[in-house]
Design a protein around this ligand. Structure first.
Ligand SMILES: NC(=O)c1ccc[n+]([C@@H]2O[C@H](COP(=O)([O-])OP(=O)(O)OC[C@H]3O[C@@H](n4cnc5c(N)ncnc54)[C@H](O)[C@@H]3O)[C@@H](O)[C@H]2O)c1
Length: 265
């Protein structure tokens, strides 16, 4: 690839992945609404509000591929979610359509299905059950991507990320965790496969207690190597297991199912 766009590059996941993308493209265009620090020699930095249509057009111009991590990543006021995750996504897909339809990895979320129980095993065809407005915005994103695929042929990987971080932080994440190495190998598969289509891909490592079935995307050749189970003893020692009647122990979305709808000012 000549130029890969990474949105949300100043965020938690973006900062962790930014340096790891070096070998994937000649130039990595890093973007966020906040300061991005000094670009490395293979990077170019562009500050951009995803809600600004003209700015997003300029952002996408000249890119062969997009990893879209930017946006609101937790429950928040609807106005904030609307700008970044609804309008922002529409702006991104219109810009992609006008610029040769570069393949997109869309950071969707397990919160599209957060109200399923932890004793249910889901596949890609399971109907959505979002656990808040943030989850609904990711359902919108997946629907938007699918429409652009059916109507125009735009390819997108709808990656329903579980918990992508250095290590799992609690008992729920023993099921939802995805290591940075596994995410990187997934990214490589997504941009290497000759035909991607528009599949849902569950973003978790090869955890013993995972809740999600990725067999429909075996054509990607993605084989996660990490397993959260090696952290179980550490987590057991650090905290009590949640009570069985606690929502955190019942629902796949964990604490998000308890979030309120935030009032506007
Ligand atoms: N980290 C995870 O485990 C996880 C799990 C599920 C989904 N996701 C998704 O992956 C993506 C990255 O997650 P994260 O944990 O790094 O979140 P994060 O909140 O740390 O990063 C998101 C970035 O998006 C930027 N942003 C917010 N509004 C913007 C706007 N209007 N225009 C441009 N940029 C804007 C923020 O400044 C931030 O740097 C998010 O889309 C999130 O929903 C992450």
């Amino acid at each position: 690839m000549k130029r890969l766009l990474l949105t949300g590059a100043a965020g938690g996941l973006g900062s962790a992945m930014r340096g790891r993308l070096k070998g994937l493209a000649e130039i990595v265009r890093v973007s966020d609404i906040v300061d991005l620090g000094s670009p490395a020699s293979h990077e170019e930095a562009m500050i951009c509000d995803l809600g600004d249509r003209a700015a997003v057009d300029r952002l996408v111009e000249g890119c062969d591929a997009i990893i879209h991590l930017g946006g609101i990543s937790v429950e928040d006021k609807f106005s904030k979610i609307m700008n970044a995750n609804l309008l922002g996504l529409y702006n991104l897909y219109e810009a992609a359509r006008a610029n040769g339809m570069p393949r997109i990895l869309f950071a969707s979320s397990n919160h599209t299905i957060g109200f399923y129980r932890q004793d249910e095993y889901l596949d890609h065809a399971t109907p959505m059950k979002p656990d808040g407005l943030y989850g609904v915005s990711k359902c919108f994103g997946e629907a938007l991507a699918r429409m652009y695929h059916e109507k125009f042929g735009q390819e997108t990987a709808l990656v329903r990320i579980g918990s992508c971080m250095e290590r799992p932080k609690n008992h729920r994440m023993l099921s939802t965790w995805m290591s940075y190495d596994d995410f990187l190998s997934m990214i490589e598969c997504i941009f290497r496969v000759p035909r991607l289509g528009c599949p849902v891909i569950w973003g978790c490592s090869d955890n013993d207690t995972r809740w999600w079935d990725n067999s429909h995307v075996s054509y990607l050749g993605w084989h996660p190597r990490d397993n959260a189970e090696r952290f179980r003893a550490e987590i057991d020692a650090a905290m009590a297991r949640p009570e069985p009647d606690d929502a955190v122990a019942i629902y796949q979305g964990g604490p998000f199912v308890r979030d309120p709808i935030f009032a506007e000012d």
